[in-house]
Write a protein that binds this ligand. Structure first.
Ligand SMILES: O=C(O)CCC(=O)C(=O)O
Ligand SMILES: [Fe+2]
Length: 279
């Protein structure tokens, strides 16, 4: 099985997209409104930033979680013992951002959020009534003006040869948030796990937009929309010498939004961050 790429401008785009999310946890869009030149500019200028020592001036603050997370303290996925091979920067509009990178990244943040609201509306419109009734408010409303939505600029450095045994760029995990929106990275490697356990490549043609379900949408839909495991595998051969940059936007509802009888967005997030040991 492969993941089908869906033309955002096709008449049946919404229903095809939601069917793909329901079946695989992922949807891949071509012909979408995110400006590809902007994405390319961001990849280029953030690559230069990660190559410079300036990044150390933006070391993340544990209380606010904005800023630069170096490889030494980078994430260990839930259930794994080896750190991922990556470093990243957490962008929030209220957080610290290097001046020279601010305009482009905030333009992208806004454009991706606007599209995300439309895609959440597609999900809502194509949810069966018995699923829809679980949503405490309309899905696009959940993220409206949210200060919690996080744009992560990820840098996977070239392989040096002395990586820890068993380490990969991003070990298998599920995202915590409602939906994740990410432009295809500048190098392949992203894979999703199907129901039968096999791993398939997410079509990474440059210009595609990849959307995946996170645990919060799974919780809010009472399991109807599956949050599926995904990972980023290490490059082989000549590609070992190449960096990879990616740009996931993690859509987080406003903290007081009720996800289910059991959780608000805030109580859900806190429980997960406690499990991860980061708070
Ligand atoms: O780099 C990628 O393509 C995906 C990253 C990812 O899954 C994550 O950061 O949660
Ligand atoms: Fe992820």
């Amino acid at each position: 099985m492969t993941l089908e790429t869906i033309d955002y401008r096709a008449n049946d785009a919404a229903s095809k997209f939601v069917t793909s999310l329901r079946e695989t946890g992922f949807g891949v869009l071509s012909n979408h409104p995110i400006n590809q030149q902007l994405v390319e500019d961001i990849y280029r200028e953030w690559q230069a930033f990660f190559n410079s020592e300036e990044k150390r001036n933006y070391l993340f603050k544990p209380e606010t979680q904005d800023g630069f997370f170096p490889a030494e303290i980078s994430e260990t996925a839930k259930g794994h013992s080896v750190k991922d091979i990556k470093e990243y920067f957490h962008v929030y509009p209220w957080g610290r951002i290097p001046d020279s990178l601010r305009d482009n990244i905030l333009t992208y943040y806004e454009a991706a959020n606007r599209l995300a609201a439309e895609l959440l509306d597609w999900v809502e419109q194509h949810s069966p009534a018995e699923v829809k009734q679980h949503f405490s408010i309309a899905l696009p409303k959940m993220i409206e003006n949210s200060q919690k939505t996080l744009l992560r600029v990820l840098h996977y450095p070239p392989m040096s040869g002395d990586e820890e045994m068993g380490a990969i760029r991003a070990a298998a995990h599920e995202d915590i948030n409602l939906l994740t929106v990410l432009p295809a990275a500048n190098e392949p490697g992203l894979q999703v796990q199907l129901k039968d356990g096999t791993w398939i490549d997410v079509p990474s043609d440059f210009g595609n937009l990849i959307i995946n379900i996170g645990d919060m949408l799974q919780e809010a839909s009472n399991g109807y929309f599956p949050s599926t495991s995904h990972r980023v595998i290490n490059p082989e051969g000549l590609d070992k010498g190449k960096s990879r940059i990616s740009l996931p936007l993690f859509l987080h509802p406003n903290p007081q939004v009720k996800l289910s009888d059991k959780y608000t967005a805030d109580s859900y997030l806190m429980e997960r961050l406690r499990e991860l040991g980061v708070i």
